[in-house]
Design a protein around this ligand. Structure first.
Ligand code: GYE
Length: 334
């Protein structure tokens, strides 16, 4: 780690030189390389702009990594495509950034490009979703939500809710709108939900699961096809809020009442989901916190100071329903 940080410092100097005459900071374009343009250059390979969560995450980085805080941010939106993220990382290496932050769209397929970053001496910080690599030295650390726990929390909430509404003895028909297949947020949430539901086959009957790509429009489309195929759906698990919003529209379109005729659970718990809970259309939203900008900045500051950082950092997350949503809404930052 020390060696890596030393490499980073050398890289920072080089990057400073490179950027003094580059397009990142037009004010410094005519200045000599050592004129004090000593911001830390961070390349962020973002997934895309598929959801409210993602927008909040982007804003979190764009407002944290600003020159006033000592940073220059190079932001790349990969439009949910891994090949775009790989290309962005290669560009960051070319530009000799000081740090690369990656929110990996899917878990696998990162060895080659992360090895290239390592060979260039550029530390990679993972944020939001995880990667599956055999060589853990390919990234410094990861910070994000505990997706398996989120999935489990959803079923624990359901267990209690079904008792409460007197349906604890019924067999409930469930459909799952999954996120992007292979994304750790999808893998973890599906695992948490299906494992706990699988322990209670007398209570939960999973009819179908299909990806809605974490978008509202795809969520709506898939829900429309579920409603056609299965006339008796009791519960929808949407692996993010936006697919849940799409499902609500699909449910209304067939003349059913979301939140009453069909129980809806979503993940993320963005502001609009709180509003839907208060309106009675979403029964429960399991929180996933997107505000990783300051967390990643803290990690970078530690690395700059030569301090160790934890390899995996899970963020605390809550569960919201009609009982606590109205009181919590004014405190929400996203
Ligand atoms: O749930 C979803 C977004 O990776 C946790 O990605 C993130 C997920 C989030 O598109 O809304």
């Amino acid at each position: 780690m020390k060696k890596l940080v030393a490499g980073v410092m050398a890289c920072a100097l080089m990057a400073g030189a490179a950027f003094a005459g580059g397009s990142q900071d037009s004010g410094a374009a005519a200045a000599p390389a050592d004129s004090g343009n000593d911001t830390i250059v961070v390349g962020y390979a973002q997934v895309g702009a598929e959801s409210d969560w993602r927008t909040a995450n982007t804003v979190s980085f764009q407002t944290t990594f600003v020159p006033e805080n000592g940073y220059t941010l190079i932001f790349n939106d990969a439009q949910q495509k891994q090949e775009n993220q790989i290309r962005a990382i290669r560009d960051f290496i070319q530009q000799e950034v000081d740090y690369i932050v990656l929110a990996p769209v899917v878990e696998t397929g990162w060895e080659t490009v992360l090895s290239e970053a390592k060979a260039a001496g550029i530390p990679v910080i993972l944020s939001d979703r995880e990667v599956k690599v055999t060589d853990e030295s390919l990234y410094v650390c990861w910070v994000g939500g505990n997706f398996v726990k989120e999935g489990e929390d959803a079923v624990k909430w359901l267990d209690a809710y079904l008792e409460e509404i007197g349906r604890g003895d019924e067999l409930m028909n469930v459909v799952i709108l999954q996120g992007t297949i292979g994304a750790s947020a999808q893998v973890g949430r599906t695992e948490g939900v299906t494992r706990l539901m699988g322990e209670k086959p007398e209570r939960y009957n999973i009819l179908a699961m299909q990806t809605g790509e974490f978008t509202q429009s795809k969520g709506q489309e898939v829900m429309e096809s579920f409603l056609k195929a299965y006339p008796d759906i009791d519960i929808v698990i949407a692996e993010n809020d936006n697919m849940g919003f799409g499902a609500i529209d699909a449910i209304k379109a067939v003349g059913k009442k979301p939140g009453e005729d069909i129980i809806i659970i979503t993940f993320d718990a963005v502001r609009a989901a709180f509003e839907r809970i208060i309106a009675g259309e979403i029964n429960c939203a399991v929180e996933c916190n997107p505000l990783h900008g300051p967390r990643v900045a803290e990690i970078i500051q530690k690395l700059e100071a030569g301090e160790p950082v934890e390899k995996k950092q899970y963020v605390d997350e809550g569960v919201f329903d009609i009982k606590n949503a109205a009181a919590e809404l004014p405190n929400r930052a996203y």
